[in-house]
Design a protein around this ligand. Structure first.
Ligand SMILES: NC(=O)c1ccc[n+]([C@@H]2O[C@H](COP(=O)([O-])OP(=O)(O)OC[C@H]3O[C@@H](n4cnc5c(N)ncnc54)[C@H](O)[C@@H]3O)[C@@H](O)[C@H]2O)c1
Length: 434
């Protein structure tokens, strides 16, 4: 099938490449010319495991191409995916202007019947709005489908290739068939393609992300209670996870959720309800998360005092989670800013996100290519993101390089007992160590 994907970010680039990898002819479109130029040369501007190889292979085999020319891409395609940004607007609502502008651009360029598929996370009612803005401009019939994307950064290609489910929201039988045909290669193991109305499809994405964010805030709140009551959240979590109604996933305490989706999608869900529903649960999810992001530095100041002038801290991990370079709304931003505000010097290391971090912090923090180099002259180490390479470090070397053997572990990746035996002062989340 001939496909166009508009927006070549985490979602659009992965979707376009994976559709090409199953034999479709795909043009990926973006308004950022440098991005398209890099992609044409096989260079992927984001870090996403496995993606660059897949882009290069499909480029070479000429199933995948990149362009800034929306009209040309639309004229060749039967199905056009919209995968542009839906950032948070001033009032917490999702700002869907990029989606609507893209839809209008598609309508103007149509040279025959088309199926327009919205993959951007968009408030309920967006499919109808897309139809409204396209109708006066389109000279040919078109169908609009809501097809929210559930991939995770860090495992995006894998998730797209083997989705838990595919959600297709439309009342147009022909468009539904096109989508089923496109997704059929990815659901061969029996995971379902769920067909529903567009409003329910749009809502599914917000409900899923709100639930995941709620799980994180829930365990974070429990972890804080554990700390207060002298319980160990790791033990509590294990006991909870074995209850089949709860399960083991997504109940790891930490420094709060971040990234380009959960924070803005929770706020957008709250905003959707606002006029008629108060949404107290999701407000609490957000409140707990905001507090949790401050927790690690609170532990630091409890140990070192409020004034951190003259102190240096090494941060391991900057991206909002491992296996991505995405710094959008990363808890590391809150941690580093709070340390800087208290007068501290920040040494940072991340395996992939340092270029992105430089766009945020500039030269206000120092960057170290090797994780151990960040420790030289530092008063303590803070674990902010649980990259695999931090899980089994050389503790003797850490001890030798730090001024004092103090670790604040925001992701509970070390064992408090082991660390104590090695002579570390060790603080983590929701355990008996502080
Ligand atoms: N990142 C994720 O993990 C993820 C997962 C599921 C859903 N989503 C949703 O998917 C959407 C895209 O997210 P993302 O992370 O890929 O965003 P992104 O910021 O990485 O990419 C968006 C791309 O769209 C381009 N763009 C903006 N306006 C355009 C226009 N008019 N024409 C062509 N290109 C245009 C931008 O230049 C950018 O390259 C959002 O709604 C997001 O909420 C994201």
């Amino acid at each position: 099938m001939n496909i166009a994907v508009v927006g070549t970010g985490y979602v659009g680039l992965v979707a376009g490449t994976c559709f090409a990898a199953t034999g479709n002819d795909v043009v990926c479109v973006d308004i950022v010319a440098e991005k398209i130029a890099a992609l044409k040369a096989g260079k992927v501007p984001i870090y996403e495991p496995g993606l660059e190889e897949l882009v290069q292979r499909n480029l070479e085999e000429q199933r995948l191409s990149f362009s800034t020319d929306l009209a040309a891409a639309v004229s060749q395609a039967a199905v056009i995916f919209i995968a542009v940004g839906t950032p948070q607007g001033d009032d917490g609502r999702a700002d869907i202007r990029q989606v609507l502008a893209t839809a209008q651009g598609i309508a103007r360029a149509m040279n025959g019947p088309k199926t327009i598929v919205n993959k951007s996370t968009s408030p309920v009612g967006t499919a109808e709005k897309i139809k409204e803005v396209m109708a006066p401009l389109a000279k040919h019939p078109f169908a609009v489908v809501s097809n929210p994307e559930f991939l995770k950064e860090g495992a995006a290609v894998e998730d797209f290739m083997k989705p838990d489910r595919v959600v297709v929201g439309s009342d147009n039988p022909a468009a539904i068939e096109q989508l089923k045909e496109l997704y059929e290669p990815f659901v061969r193991t029996g995971n379902p393609i769920l067909v529903m109305d567009a409003r329910s499809a749009e809502m599914s994405k917000y409900a899923a992300n709100a639930m995941l964010a709620a799980k994180i805030s829930f365990i974070n709140e429990v972890s804080n209670l554990c700390e207060k009551m002298g319980a160990d959240v790791n033990e509590v979590r294990r006991a909870m996870a074995l209850d089949r109604r709860i399960g083991p996933h997504f109940i790891f305490p930490g420094v709060g959720y971040g990234g380009s989706c959960f924070p803005k999608d929770v706020r957008a869900a709250i905003a959707m309800g606002e006029e008629e529903l108060e949404m107290p649960l999701l407000r609490a999810v957000e409140k707990v998360n905001e507090r949790q992001k401050k927790l690690l530095v609170e532990k630091v100041t409890r140990h070192f005092g409020e004034n951190l002038k003259g102190k240096t801290f090494a941060l391991w991990g900057l991206s909002f989670k491992p296996r991505t370079d995405d710094m959008r709304d990363a808890p590391a931003i809150v941690v580093a800013e709070a340390l800087l505000k208290a007068g501290a010097v920040v040494h940072a290391h991340d395996p992939e996100a340092m270029d992105e971090a430089k766009k945020i912090f500039g030269d206000r923090i120092s960057y170290f290519r090797r994780n151990y180099d960040a420790l030289k002259g530092a008063d303590a180490l803070l674990i902010v993101t649980e990259w695999n390479e931090f899980r089994r470090p050389n503790f003797a070397l850490i001890k030798q390089l730090l001024k004092e053997p103090v670790i604040f572990d925001g992701r509970n990746i070390y064992d408090p007992e082991d660390l104590r035996k090695m002579g570390f002062t060790y603080f983590s989340i929701g355990r008996r160590d502080g």
